[in-house]
Design a protein around this ligand. Structure first.
Ligand code: CP
Length: 301
């Protein structure tokens, strides 16, 4: 993994994923260290972010490194028309590793192909969000004690949701049974279903959420992403189709946890937040340890 970019979760084998999760557990025990002394990490966010950007910054700061970059590409020379290629070649002069979020699918791959330093994809359009997936898996492992043979419900925007696409691929190493809950307009794309078919893994598609929730080990809620719709009327039709409420958790399994990559809009009612099955804010905290593990591993530290 040393010096390798992380563009897609498929860049890591099952063993490599498990190595990252082991290291994340070590960083959780000892998050303050000095191993990044003298290292500079660049953080280039061409799309808004709270958790990914700030948890990367927190991860680097806690390990003694420095972080440079922008949270708004409008304040960079991109605004003057500089290409992604030229931006990456320039920023690589100033840093040891580049973390990048971009609205265009494939942008992270392009960046990794031109960059002389490793690139970590912090989300590219509706495609992939591999560091989110690793923190999701760390959260699943911590709460379930295993990654094997779980029944995972993916709920909401399964068409444009990059987090569910990456998670599906990674959890397919662990004999997961998937349940896809979405409106017709936001169904899991065929390419991901074919991916599971080829591996002989089971998946089910439902539109009725409440009927099946009692079977879930993990309920992974997602936001319907306004920014991915070209027609605002289409967004209005589906934006509040699934709203998880506390009362809906009454007959669920005792080990069940509710995850969400966040931000949420309306899809989890605030009355769920105090339920012990709500895990999404701890999940966001796990992002710090997981990103410490990713950076340290790629830099060979
Ligand atoms: N989960 C996630 O990617 O959140 P942000 O958009 O706030 O980074």
């Amino acid at each position: 993994m040393k010096n390798r970019s992380l563009v897609s979760i498929e860049d890591y084998t099952k063993d490599e994923i498990l190595q990252i999760l082991d290291r994340a557990a070590e960083f959780e025990k000892k998050p303050i260290q000095t191993i990044l002394n003298g290292y500079v990490i660049a953080s280039l966010f061409f799309e808004p972010s709270t958790r990914t950007r700030l948890s990367f910054e927190s991860a680097v700061n806690k390990l003694g490194g420095r972080i440079i970059g922008f949270s708004d590409s409008g304040s960079s020379s991109v605004k003057k028309g500089e290409s992604l290629n030229d931006t990456i070649l320039t920023v690589a002069n100033y840093s040891d590793l580049i973390v990048m979020r971009h609205p265009i699918e494939g942008a992270a791959k392009l960046a990794s192909e031109v960059s002389p330093v490793p690139v970590v994809n912090a989300g590219d359009g509706a495609n992939q969000h591999p560091t989110q997936t690793l923190l999701d898996m760390y959260s699943i492992l911590k709460t379930q004690g295993t990654l094997e043979n779980l029944n995972i419900f993916l709920v909401g925007d399964l068409k444009y949701g990059r987090t569910v696409h990456s998670l599906l691929m990674a959890m397919s190493h662990f004999n997961t049974t998937f349940n896809f809950i979405s409106p017709e307009e936001l169904k899991m794309p065929d390419e991901y279903k074919l991916y599971l078919d080829n591996l002989g893994l089971k998946y089910y598609e439902h539109t009725d959420f409440t009927k099946y929730i009692a079977e879930a080990d993990i309920v992974y809620m997602t936001r319907v992403q306004r920014e991915r719709f070209s027609d605002p009327m289409e967004y209005e039709k589906v934006k509040n189709v699934y709203v998880l409420r506390n009362s809906m958790l009454e007959n669920t399994k005792s080990n069940m946890k509710v995850l969400h990559p966040l931000p949420r809009v309306n899809e989890i009612h605030q009355d769920v937040d105090t339920n012990e099955k709500a895990y999404y804010f701890q999940q966001a905290l796990n992002g710090v340890y997981t990103r410490q593990a990713i950076i340290a591993t790629i830099l060979g530290l």
